[in-house]
Structures are given as C-alpha cells and as structure tokens.
Ligand binder design. Structure first.
Ligand code: IMP
Length: 431
C-alpha cells in the first residue's frame, strides 16, 4: 500500500510511537495532520531516547520528509525549542527535511493562558482536564476566522492586522476572566523575531504531497491522541479540539480521501484515559492500580497519572468503524501477564436495555454499566514475544477474542517497547 494512516483507537497513549517509528522507516514522507504539542511520542532508536511533541516522528530518521499539515495547531516557540533539543541530540533538521503548511494556525501565548484560566475557573464536572497548551483556544480562532497562520508571518502589515483582529476578540474575554490585556506591540515584535526561523520551513504542503503521491512515494500519516478524543465522535465535551479520526488525514494536509490506502488503528490491550470524562470500564481497585504500575501509565506531556481499566471492545469496535480501520496494532499485551482472570467489556446496560455502542449523550455515557465477558488469564510472560509460538495459549485466545469482538484483524502485535519485539501479521505498507 502506498499511504498509511495511523490512528489511536482509544483515548490516546496506545503506544503509537513505536509503531509509527517502525512504519516511518518504510515511508518516504511522514505527516502530522491534527492536534499540536499536546501529543507526546517517545521514540527509542539505537538506545537513544527522543521525545517529540510537535515534530513528526520521521525527523529522527535520515532521508525522510517530515510534514506539519494545516490540520495541526502549531506553537512556533515550542517548535523552535523542540528543534533545538533534537538538533542537540545529533539530528539534522533543514527545510529539505521539515515542511510546515503555510495555512497552519499558530498557537500564541494568550491561547495557553486562556486554556489554563478556563480550566481553573471551571467548576467540578465541567473541567476538561486539558493539557493547558492552548490547543482548544487556537482551534476556536481558526474556526472563528481570526487565527494567525504561518503565511501571515511573511508580511508586517498583514501580521499587524491579524493580531488586531485576534485582540478584538481576546481582550474582552480576558477581562471577563480577570487577565490583563495583551501587549499588542510586544506580541507583534515577538512574532517578527521568530518569523524568519519559521518561514524557512513554510511550504504549500498540499502541492508537495500531491506531487509526492504522483511520484509513487509512500506517505505515512501520523495521528496523535485517540479517536475517543475526537471533537465529533469522542466523549464530547471531554475531548480534544480536533478531528482525530482517519478522515482528518486528508483534510489535515490537503490530499484527497482516495490517497488513503490503509488505516492502522493502535489499540492497547486494556484501556487508559488522561483528563476528565466518562470511562465505563475504569477500575478503582487493585487491578486498576496494577495495570497502571505494570504499564507505566503516566502522561508523556503532563506527567499526569492515567486512569486505567479493562479492555472495552464495544468502544474499539466503534472507533474502528468511524476511522475505517483495516487492521490493528495491539500493544502492551505483556501488561496483562499474571492476572488470574481478565475482563473484556462487550457492551453496556443502560436503563434496563442492552447497547452494543456508547450512546452520545454525556449523562447516558456516565450511566452505562459495562457488560463483561471473563477470560482466563495466563501466568507466563509474553514480554518480548516475537512469534505466536512464543505466546501462551490463553494469551492467543484473548487476542482472537479481541479481533472477533472489534470486528477487525490484528496486523501487528507489540510485546515490549523494543521495536523488534513485534509479531507481524500484515505489513500495512505491503502491496
Ligand atoms: P487538550 O487537547 O489539551 O485540549 O486536552 C483535551 C483532552 O484531551 C484532555 O482530556 C487531555 O488529557 C486529552 N489529551 C490531549 N492530548 C492527549 C494525548 O496525546 N494523549 C492522551 N490524552 C490527550
């Protein structure tokens, strides 16, 4: 297949980093198409650890083009710092290896301030638990047609006009929240200072990608977050502010939907969530604690402890449908080693009725009681398994049951953070 989209099929943190790295070795172009530096991807290559938030994973591999698409919201100061850090680790980043879409909206300091001030002001039950990075407020400005985009940095008069327009909206909002007004001239000066360093990477990404596609280059679309955090199909309003599902890969860079040949969903063998919102299979007992400890479930971006629970097949079936997932990569199976019994949620009970999907209304989501199927666990270690023969019979049964319930086959099975500890069933890039 020429072009592959990777999407998280739960609430993020499914272990995309390892798989994206593995696939990016086979790809010519690696694109981010949504989200911003709320994401956190850790890559381990030849023993070196790279922590990426805004940059596509392809940057750490030589000879690849990495692309930040228009579907992303970009904090230019964060990006420059991330580039400096990665460069200090010996990775060369040049306008030949990194391109940023000219129509990408910029996250400005007041977006982060607004994000955090709103969270602080929110009462219990209305907090989203955002990463505080200004992601939501920047997307709001994009849709409100007052965002400052990469291309606006090229012309002083346009930049000033755009800043004035944004301030017309933001200053009254800030007054309401008790935050001082924005220093217009200082903001313009700050933007002008970084403009040349950002503009050197600016490009008509839609054009470059369509040319790459015509030339038969392999494109990898690297999703961030997870489909249950999607602004339309996630557990709204406890979601991120972008479309996360696979369809966004096309609009987030400017390539037709027909360019997507394969969608790989990344699925963790259990469930986690950071931030607020409904989570039907969440565990508040020893089992939940054990999943968190064995799985090292702490956020890469915020360091927050992740909420943990049993695998929810009803939810993953749903996200596989909304993203048109062709195959999944099942990760962290080894975290389940040693449990006597494992539970899989197969649907919900709501007001006496049985549902095979999560309803849309927030209060109904919160009242859904999971219906579990129990499976026998396994005592043996699956860590590092590289073939089906290395897996205990009950682990194979668990994987097969997951496939049946989510109605999607396993393409890859990951059994440790090491890239070679993977069982390959289908190579998403294979023809
Ligand atoms: P925001 O994206 O910072 O606006 O946060 C909105 C919600 O998405 C919060 O619940 C965050 O914890 C969650 N979130 C954002 N990015 C990630 C991620 O990369 N992994 C997991 N959760 C995330």
């Amino acid at each position: 297949m020429a072009n592959v989209v990777v999407v998280g099929a739960q609430w993020g943190d499914e272990g995309k980093g390892k798989i994206v790295d593995w696939l990016s070795e086979r790809a010519d172009v690696i694109c981010r198409f949504q989200g911003g530096h709320n994401a956190g991807h850790t890559l381990v290559i030849d023993g070196k650890v790279y922590k990426l938030h805004a940059l596509p994973s392809g940057v750490v591999r030589g000879g690849k083009l990495s692309v930040i698409g228009n579907g992303v919201v970009l904090d230019p100061w964060h990006l420059l710092t991330e580039i400096e850090t990665i460069t200090a680790q010996g990775v060369e980043i040049t306008p030949e290896t990194l391109m940023i879409a000219e129509n990408t909206p910029l996250i400005l300091p007041f977006h982060g301030e607004l994000d955090r001030a709103r969270e602080e002001a929110a009462s219990k039950g209305t907090k989203i638990g955002t990463t505080g990075r200004g992601i939501g407020p920047c997307y709001e400005d994009k849709v409100g047609r007052r965002a400052i985009r990469v291309a606006d940095l090229a012309d002083a008069a346009t930049l000033e006009a755009r800043v004035d327009r944004a301030l017309q909206h933001h200053d009254p909002l800030r007054r309401g929240l008790g935050i001082e007004p924005i220093d217009r001239d200082a903001l313009i000066a700050q933007l002008q200072e970084i403009a040349p360093r950002i503009l050197q990477y600016a490009a008509p990404v839609w054009k470059v990608l369509n040319e790459k596609r015509k030339a038969g280059r392999r494109i990898l679309f690297e999703g961030a977050q997870g489909a249950l955090l999607d602004i339309d199909f996630g557990t709204y309003p406890f979601v991120t502010s972008s479309n996360v599902i696979a369809g966004q890969a096309a609009t987030g860079v400017g390539i037709g939907p027909g360019a997507i040949d394969y969608v790989l969903g990344i699925v963790k063998a259990y469930t986690t969530r950071v931030g607020e919102g409904p989570f039907p299979t969440e565990l508040h007992d020893e089992d939940g604690q054990r999943l968190g400890e064995r799985g090292h479930e702490f956020g890469t971006t915020t360091g927050r402890k992740r909420r943990c629970g049993w695998f929810d097949a009803a939810l993953v079936r749903q996200t596989c449908a909304t993203s048109g997932v062709n195959g999944i990569s099942l990760t962290k199976l080894d975290v389940l080693d040693g449990f006597d019994t494992l539970k899989i949620c197969v649907g919900y009970e709501l007001d006496g009725a049985r549902l095979d999907y999560l309803p849309t209304a927030t209060d109904a989501q919160a009242r859904c009681v999971p219906i579990y199927e129990e499976m026998e666990g396994w005592a043996e270690s699956t860590e590092g398994a590289r073939s089906w023969a290395d897996l205990p019979a009950n682990a194979i049964k668990y994987v097969r049951r997951v496939e049946e319930l989510i109605e999607c086959p396993v393409a890859l099975l990951s059994t440790s953070p090491e890239r070679d500890d993977t069982i390959l069933v289908t190579d998403p890039f294979a023809d």
